[in-house]
Ligand binder design. Structure first.
Ligand SMILES: Cc1cc2nc3c(=O)[nH]c(=O)nc-3n(C[C@H](O)[C@H](O)[C@H](O)COP(=O)(O)OP(=O)(O)OC[C@H]3O[C@@H](n4cnc5c(N)ncnc54)[C@H](O)[C@@H]3O)c2cc1C
Length: 485
């Protein structure tokens, strides 16, 4: 048999694919795979938490935790940009009231509502389009992925669940998403989204927040919502706050800047100069700097891949804090509450680093060294909420699956420790540098290869591309495709 004939035969055979993690990424990948399924194919969507389709970002029940991307850019499908806005417009009036306005492309929506949108897409695929026979929802934690000895028509991989059951599959995709920081240690809360984090907190007490990005913003909103009156001190290396999105009142999405000469990624300093020049040019034409940053989006993954590792490291060392606050902006409705808290001196944002954290009888004494100043600021806080990192050192994580994949040599961290090392198609690269044919990753855990792969507009493209690689649309016959359209 020729290679092409062998590949054809392989693709025609029923395929079993495991997706580990059913946050936005895993759920969307499942949706794209289902559109490419034939009778007999099985997609296992495995989630350790009770809820499918929400993940970390869209599980929040707080209606003041808003998306930081406008509704017009949050469609689950890149080729149907108004899909999410149309979904919002079909919601019952009582639910729409949560939005404070009639939904348009520029609305910033509560994140929990977005989770409901993704859940409903899964439901539609199962109940309305009749894909229930192809999709298996499994509630458990995947603890290990085993490579099985090649025997007859046996499956090459088996996915071991926490209860000990093993699922034999052809291919497996890690969509494990945003990794949580360390566990809570007494008054130091490693997971600021943990519902218990603020329980029993005295409203008059002082609180220290590590980090000043969007996670800090979420946390302060939660504190204010529960009526916190005490002082809040947020500490980060540079004390930078997320910038605001262009103000409300627009009827359309801002048009991203078109670069005359595509920016090049080989040298970070030159790239920075190019972006600054574009910003000046945009300003001279009456445009805002934000459209230039948005105009970079279609180039960012290429720029990152062009950068030598030393330049990427330079970017992370010197520019990342600035990139983060300009790229990942906040809605005015959210940020105005943060700015008001600063104005009334309840919230203080300090550029500096933590010198020490010493637990006392019922508090924790935090010593902060402000950046570029002598002396220390000492605070007795009732809680320290760590909002700094979502992707800590993988080798130190207490997650059995990732620890085992790395220890067995089936996967390795990327050169800068941002996630797992993968090829541009998402194949895991093993300890010897060889890409796997049957193990893949998608979403934020592939940041080392793509950098810009944490938000919906980028993840949705990655999911569709990977689905096409795993189950090409060509294996579904034309009649089936028409029926599904
Ligand atoms: C607070 C927050 C707000 C955000 N807001 C926005 C926004 O407004 N707009 C935007 O575009 N992007 C936003 N993002 C970016 C966000 O990363 C993506 O939009 C997206 O939610 C990432 O989804 P994910 O499924 O890859 O990861 P996650 O949401 O982290 O989901 C991964 C899932 O995998 C499961 N899992 C992990 N390991 C295992 C295992 N071994 N076995 C079984 N299950 C496992 C986890 O339980 C989890 O449910 C936000 C991110 C955060 C953290």
């Amino acid at each position: 048999m020729t290679t092409t004939a062998r590949e054809d035969a392989k693709h025609k055979r029923p395929q079993d694919i495991a997706i580990i993690g059913a946050g936005f990424t895993g759920s969307l990948l499942a949706l794209h795979l289902l559109q490419r399924c034939q009778p007999g194919d099985r997609i296992y969507l495995i989630e350790r938490n009770a809820q499918f389709g929400r993940g970390l970002a869209y599980s929040t029940g707080n209606p003041n935790h808003l998306l930081n991307v406008r509704a017009g850019n949050m469609s689950a499908y890149a080729d149907q940009p108004d899909h999410f806005v149309q979904w919002l417009r079909r919601l019952p009036k009582a639910t729409q009231a949560l939005l404070n306005e009639y939904p348009t492309v520029t609305t910033f929506v509560p994140r929990g509502l977005y989770g409901s949108y993704i859940q409903q897409q899964l439901g539609e695929e199962i109940w309305r389009r009749g894909h229930g026979a192809n999709l298996y929802l499994v509630t458990d934690e995947v603890v290990q992925v085993h490579r099985e000895p090649a025997k007859g028509r046996g499956k090459p991989l088996s996915v071991e669940l926490g209860v000990g059951r093993k699922l034999p599959v052809d291919r497996c995709v890690l969509a494990t998403g945003n990794l949580l920081p360390s566990k809570n240690k007494g008054a130091i809360i490693g997971n600021p989204w943990d519902e218990k984090a603020l329980k029993d907190l005295d409203q008059q007490s002082d609180v220290v927040v590590l980090g000043s990005g969007l996670t800090m913003v979420d946390t302060i909103i939660s504190l204010l919502d529960r009526g916190h009156k005490g002082r809040i001190v947020a500490v980060s290396r540079r004390g930078l706050l997320p910038r605001l999105h262009l103000s409300a009142g627009m009827d359309d999405l801002p048009r991203p800047w078109q670069f005359d000469t595509p920016p090049q990624g080989h040298n970070v300093l030159q790239l920075l100069r190019h972006i600054r020049a574009a910003t000046r040019e945009a300003a001279s034409q009456g445009h805002d700097w934000r459209i230039v940053i948005d105009g970079l989006r279609s180039h960012t993954q290429r720029l990152w891949q062009e950068m030598p590792t030393a330049e990427r490291a330079r970017f992370l060392r010197h520019l990342r804090p600035y990139w983060d606050v300009h790229r990942h902006r906040s809605a005015t409705r959210v940020m105005s509450r943060i700015l008001e808290a600063i104005q009334r001196r309840q919230l203080m944002v300090v550029a500096g680093r933590i010198d020490s954290m010493t637990p006392t009888a019922d508090q924790i004494s935090v010593a902060i060294r402000p950046r570029g100043k002598d002396g220390r600021l000492t605070l007795n806080a009732q809680r320290v909420l760590d909002c700094t990192a979502l992707t800590p050192d993988l080798s130190k994580l207490e997650l059995p699956l990732l620890r085992d994949l790395i220890a067995s040599g089936a996967a390795r961290p990327d050169a800068l420790g941002l996630g797992l090392d993968v090829t541009p198609t998402g194949a895991l690269i093993d300890a010897k540098g060889k890409p796997a044919k049957d193990l893949f990753a998608v979403g934020p855990i592939t940041r080392g290869t793509f950098w810009e792969i944490t938000a919906v507009p980028d993840i949705r493209i990655a999911c569709e591309t990977l689905a096409e690689h795993l189950l090409p649309l060509s294996r579904v016959d034309a009649e089936q495709q028409r029926a599904r359209a």
